[in-house]
Design a protein around this ligand. Structure first.
Ligand SMILES: Cc1cc2nc3c(=O)[nH]c(=O)nc-3n(C[C@H](O)[C@H](O)[C@H](O)COP(=O)(O)OP(=O)(O)OC[C@H]3O[C@@H](n4cnc5c(N)ncnc54)[C@H](O)[C@@H]3O)c2cc1C
Length: 345
């Protein structure tokens, strides 16, 4: 990673960085830039707080990364989860323990907290402000999440109460997808799944979750969800995206999901959002201090992102299809979990 600019030169920094997208990438980057006294404008198409499709299970993030970005406080009371229970269809296959605990916190709470920290630190935030994303304007960072594409996936999520999972994280797999259940704050459990789009499913809104679970052979869980309490407005759905590296535009700095989307079963997408902000930071500081051009900042960041994420993106690309394969029961029951997880971060 490039060296940080010295304090003496910080006083001369005056270039504004514009960030498109106020998700985890955009908000954490904006906070880190403000720590270095760089003016930041952030455009967010939506508002805060709001529920988002996300498993809310953060695997592999280091305390050093959170510290470097200045966002440790936002995660200080996140739950620590270590036990994982795997199901295929209605059958319980295996219980495992993660070597390092994962963090769990709702996006409703986490994004709101980061927004508040950013605002308090002088980030100029424009909510309900949809900015053009096809930009190569100098100093404009694209952190607007997945790049729309005719992908074959649908992500569904809701917060529920009234089920008692057998581990901190339950993973339910089947031939068309998987769904994770994890406890977040205030006694709510987050149920979030990724499924191949099935046009024969005619359900709408909340009904989609149990309908996809039934199609996936997770009938017991589908029944449990239908009788559970659902948190108001927490149901969310997303479609129209592709996994893996996103299309690249030269001279544009694309971070987080705008750079690459790792399959959600890894629980590593949020870690990648934070790490991509951390990777871009020294290059943006050098650009703001007039030490490098915008083109060079984009080039160096992109090169570093590819190098840093290559191994986990490649490993997850191979493992992801196996979760849907007819042999997945065997794999989930017998595969050595720890070495596989270490490939995914
Ligand atoms: C089904 C599913 C489950 C997942 N589960 C997990 C998990 O358990 N653990 C994990 O670590 N990761 C998980 N992820 C991935 C994780 O949610 C993402 O990697 C993470 O949210 C990426 O953050 P981001 O800031 O790059 O993008 P986002 O969080 O998508 O933020 C992008 C922001 O940009 C805004 N925006 C978009 N376009 C514009 C525009 N034109 N102008 C202004 N603003 C704009 C959006 O409103 C949004 O707020 C999951 C993803 C899916 C689909």
């Amino acid at each position: 990673m490039a060296r940080f600019t010295t304090r003496a030169s910080l006083a001369r920094l005056n270039k504004t960085i514009t960030i498109i997208g106020g998700g985890l990438t955009g908000l954490s980057l904006s906070i880190a830039l403000r720590k270095h006294a760089i003016p930041v404008k952030l455009h967010e198409a939506g508002n805060y707080p709001r529920h988002r499709v996300c498993g809310e299970f953060i695997s592999g993030v280091s305390s050093e990364t959170l510290e470097n970005l200045g966002i440790s406080a936002a995660l200080s009371d996140a739950l620590n989860h270590q036990s994982v229970c795997w199901f295929s269809g209605d059958q319980k296959l295996r219980e495992t323990t993660l070597q390092t605990p994962a963090l769990a916190i709702s996006r409703f709470l986490l994004d709101q907290r980061l927004y508040q920290i950013a605002f308090a630190n002088g980030v100029l935030i424009h909510t309900q402000s949809r900015h053009a994303t096809q930009v190569d304007a100098c100093g404009t960072v694209r952190a607007s999440g997945r790049i729309p594409s005719p992908g074959s996936w649908i992500g569904l999520k809701a917060h529920i109460k009234g089920i008692i999972p057998s581990a901190n994280l339950e993973m339910h797999s089947g031939p068309i997808g998987y769904l994770g259940i994890t406890q977040v704050e205030d006694g709510w459990h987050n149920a979030c799944g990724l499924f191949r789009i099935d046009r024969s499913i005619k359900a709408k809104q909340e009904e989609l979750l149990p309908a996809y679970l039934r199609k996936n052979g997770n009938h017991i869980l589908a029944d449990q969800l239908q009788f559970a309490e659902w948190r108001n407005d927490s149901f969310s759905a997303v479609a129209g995206f592709s996994l893996g590296n996103q299309p690249y535009t030269p001279n544009t700095m694309c971070l987080g999901d705008s750079h690459a989307i790792i399959p959600p079963f890894t629980g590593n997408g949020m870690t990648m959002a934070f790490e991509s902000a951390e990777i871009a930071l020294p290059h943006l500081i050098a650009y703001a201090a007039d030490q490098i051009s915008w083109q060079k900042a984009c080039y160096l960041t992109d090169k570093h992102l590819h190098k840093h994420f290559r191994k986990r993106l490649t490993a997850s690309r191979f493992i992801h299809p196996l979760l849907f394969h007819c042999a997945s029961r065997h794999l989930l029951r017998h595969a050595p979990i720890s070495p596989i997880l270490s490939l995914l971060r």
